[in-house]
Design a protein around this ligand. Structure first.
Ligand SMILES: Cc1cc2nc3c(=O)[nH]c(=O)nc-3n(C[C@H](O)[C@H](O)[C@H](O)COP(=O)(O)OP(=O)(O)OC[C@H]3O[C@@H](n4cnc5c(N)ncnc54)[C@H](O)[C@@H]3O)c2cc1C
Length: 169
């Protein structure tokens, strides 16, 4: 913990710096879970700063009388203390695009792929979008276990995949 300053009588500005790992990617609107020391409980707080590469996260936290985490924060947490966190959580849109922007339109793609394999009803073809792939971004963006990826095509439907850790072969 870097700073824990009162903003009003019942609001705190909490600043934390990641130690291990020292950086994680997050998007506006996402949140972090803080474990309440000595308990199995955790509380969620939304990042109040913009994504950065310094591993610094800021929060505005309301103090509730008797609040498990907030009272601990108000009374016990000092700069230099270590807190256990898990992040990022929450939904964000990574890419939004139109099929009209594709280099090869869907009909052309289907015609080409049909020459190589026999497509069955229900088959899905994942082509990527012109917005770019996660591995080509800086920093790179990959799915992590526990995250859900929703791929949707307007008027057609959506496909929801939960990302899980790969079982060793
Ligand atoms: C995704 C997400 C993001 C969040 N982001 C923030 C954030 O950025 N800042 C922030 O301050 N909080 C945020 N919260 C709420 C936060 O996670 C805690 O629930 C809240 O701070 C209370 O935790 P506590 O341990 O202090 O109190 P608890 O021990 O959980 O509760 C103590 C007492 O306070 C009451 N109480 C708890 N929460 C509320 C409430 N919202 N309104 C009225 N009474 C309540 C309880 O009923 C209880 O009587 C977020 C929650 C979620 C799910």
């Amino acid at each position: 913990m870097v700073a824990n300053e009162p903003v009003t009588h019942d609001l705190r500005h909490l600043v934390v710096q990641l130690v291990e790992p020292d950086e994680i990617k997050f998007f506006p609107g996402q949140y972090m879970d803080f474990v309440v020391p000595g308990t199995e409980e955790s509380r969620s707080f939304s990042m109040a700063n913009t994504p950065n590469r310094d591993g610094v996260f800021e929060f505005v936290i309301k103090i509730y009388p008797g609040g498990l985490f907030s009272e601990f924060l108000a009374e016990k947490v000092q700069p230099g203390d270590r807190l256990q966190v898990e992040a990022p959580f929450g939904t964000f849109t990574l890419r939004e695009s139109r099929t009209s922007d594709l280099v090869f339109p869907p009909a052309e793609l289907l015609a080409y792929i049909s020459q190589i394999i026999t497509l069955q009803p229900g088959d899905l073809l994942a082509t990527g979008t012109p917005g770019g792939v996660g591995s080509a971004r800086d920093p790179k963006v990959f799915l992590r276990p526990g995250q859900t990826m929703r791929t949707a095509i307007e008027g057609l439907g959506e496909c929801v995949n939960l990302c899980v850790t790969e079982e060793p072969a």
